[in-house]
Design a binder for this molecule. Structure first.
Ligand SMILES: Nc1ncnc2c1ncn2[C@@H]1O[C@H](COP(=O)(O)OP(=O)(O)OP(=O)(O)O)[C@@H](O)[C@H]1O
Length: 565
């Protein structure tokens, strides 16, 4: 636009200068023409006057000569005659007349010479004037030349500017075209993104459905068995075999010895089969790979409960809450998945709490250590919403994956303060890590609420009540009671009778997990096995309990809540 305006200005200046130049040229030409005519007139007048003068002078001279000659002749004739005296007089008179005539002629000549001088002067002044005109003419010629040069350079500049403007115009046209192309491409890409996002959302909904169908087909209560490796100092090891060790092992065989009625010692095989068996070489990563699908279900809006059952020292805490155990891994996976689901419109809030059930009391492991065993916490159920809450419980917003480490450290620290030996307390109590997951999809209007409960049960070894007393007796009674109650609840759920009474209330643990066990939830039990010979009887008891649980089939799980807006 600016270029256009500049070009127009320059062009109008140029045409104005050209007009001026043209005018000046015409003025000059008419002036020259007038001068030329004037010069011609003057020259003709001068030539005329000069010719007339010459003719007059010649005429006067000729006449004077003729008269003198005739006088001389007549004088001679007079002289020859006798009247010499008269002739002399006549001659004298004639001479006087001739002198007078001569004088007159000389006067006339003087006046003519004056005229000639005057004419000469006039001619000189005309010459000077002509010279001035010539000089002025030269000046005008110079200025004309200057103007021509200026106009030439202006024309060159204008041409260069025109060329540049054309170049710029072409360039900007090209850029405009490219921009239009880019805009079109961006629009198409944006459309594609919208379509892809829509597809992704649809696929995500389908994935959720299929994933949970697969989980249902696998059964809503599953049992995994894990055998921990023996430490270097643990020499007496039980004979444990893994018949289908190769891949996706499901079998475990314990070789025991039995004394017959006749007193002979016979070897006896105890085969067990579970949904999955992990040998001593399996890492926490391998175990988590198997349960990660279940963790995903919690994000999809299901209540998921993962238990670790087994005698003290069988590896429950290692599996559940060690640095790379199921709790940190589950939180990390949930965090990762929740982050990737953001682009499908989902936004999740993760809140974690950690409780301990000790001597049938609920303790807040994230609260103050001093409050342990003192502060009372009540379990409240909202039957309609199928939700459980514990009064006065600390809840931590897990908005970064590393927050869980801090949470586990706090729980561990509180337990250490409350017990002389931390692991002693942890062996004698159940710990429940509760992760509440609330997701909202702003695009589809879906909403999901799921809970992931990771439970590290107290050591399952049966201590005869007659062998202990005091605090230990109380601990033993409550552990025995709650573990037996857990078995009863699972069994009652497995019976599948509609409206059958499920004895959740018989222990704090089952009461707390009421809505995370049974019809609306997915349950996984890890039975932890110690590799030691000395623990073999407890191992067999645990495996038998787990088999009972494994044979239980609990009804179809339903999402805790999914609301479409
Ligand atoms: N899979 C494993 N690989 C390596 N070491 C293990 C494994 N499982 C357990 N351990 C180790 O065995 C020991 C006992 O494990 P852990 O404390 O987890 O048992 P527990 O069943 O939780 O006992 P408690 O009931 O006392 O809490 C620990 O030193 C632990 O590090």
């Amino acid at each position: 636009m600016e270029l256009e305006t500049a070009r127009a200005g320059i062009e109008s200046q140029l045409s104005f200068a050209k007009m001026e130049l043209e005018q000046t040229k015409q003025n000059l030409m008419s002036l020259q023409h007038v001068l030329e005519e004037e010069r011609r007139d003057r020259r003709a007048e001068k030539d005329d006057a000069s010719r007339r003068l010459d003719r007059d002078v010649e005429e006067v001279k000729r006449r004077a000569r003729d008269e003198v000659d005739s006088l001389i002749r007549s004088h001679r004739e007079a002289m020859e005659s006798d009247e010499k005296a008269a002739r002399r007089r006549e001659v004298s008179e004639t001479q006087t007349q001739a002198a007078l005539e001569k004088q007159r002629l000389e006067t006339k000549m003087d006046s003519k010479w004056r005229e000639i001088r005057q004419m000469k002067e006039e001619l000189e002044s005309i010459g000077r004037e002509l010279e001035r005109e010539r000089l002025m003419n030269g000046g005008l010629r110079d200025s004309l030349a200057e103007h021509s040069t200026a106009s030439l350079s202006m024309e060159t500049t204008t041409r260069a500017m025109k060329a540049r403007m054309e170049l710029l115009e072409n360039d900007s046209k090209e850029k405009l075209l490219r921009m239009q192309e880019l805009e079109e491409k961006t629009r198409l890409a944006e459309e594609q993104v919208v379509v892809t996002k829509e597809k992704l959302r649809a696929e995500e909904s389908l994935r959720r459905k299929l994933h949970n169908q697969v989980q249902e087909l696998k059964g809503n209560i599953r049992v995994f068995c894990r055998v921990r490796p023996a430490h270097d100092h643990e020499i007496d090891k039980a004979d444990i075999k893994f018949p289908d060790q190769e891949q996706d092992a499901r079998e475990i065989e314990i070789l025991g010895k039995e004394r017959t009625a006749t007193g002979n010692v016979l070897e006896k095989k105890h085969p067990f089969q579970f949904d999955r068996v992990f040998g001593p070489t399996c890492k926490n990563q391998d175990v988590f790979d198997e349960i990660s699908q279940l963790v995903q279900s919690a994000l999809d809006g299901y209540n998921v409960c993962i238990f670790c059952y087994g005698q003290t020292g069988a590896g429950k805490t290692f599996t559940m809450s060690s640095k790379d155990g199921m709790i940190p891994r589950a939180v990390a996976q949930i965090y990762e998945t929740a982050t990737s689901l953001k682009e499908k419109g989902w936004k999740y809030i993760m809140e974690g709490s950690f409780v301990e059930v000790y001597n049938e009391n609920i303790n807040d492991l994230l609260g103050r250590a001093d409050d342990l065993d003192k502060k009372k916490h009540e379990i409240r159920h909202d039957k309609e919403a199928q939700k459980t809450m514990v009064t006065g419980l600390t809840s931590v917003l897990l908005d970064a994956p590393n927050k869980v480490e801090e949470l586990l450290r706090t729980a561990d620290g509180n337990r250490s303060v409350a017990a002389t030996k931390a692991n002693e307390r942890s062996s004698r109590s159940h710990s429940v890590f509760m992760l509440k997951l609330t997701g909202v999809n702003s695009v589809t209007g879906e909403r999901s609420e799921g809970t992931l409960n990771l439970v590290d049960l107290a050591g399952s070894e049966r201590i005869s009540q007659s062998q202990v007393s005091g605090d230990r007796l109380k601990e033993t009674q409550s552990i025995n009671k709650s573990l037996a109650c857990l078995g009863d609840v699972i069994q009652a759920l497995g019976n599948g009778e509609k409206n059958a009474h499920i004895p959740y209330r018989n222990s704090k643990l089952t009461f707390l997990l009421q809505y995370s066990l049974g019809g609306n939830s997915k349950t996984l039990m890890f039975v932890m096995v110690s590799p030691l010979l000395g623990h073999m009887n407890e191992t067999l008891t645990s495996l038998k309990f787990a088999t009972k649980v494994n044979n239980t089939s609990i009804g179809t799980a339903k999402k805790a809540a999914t609301v479409r807006g």
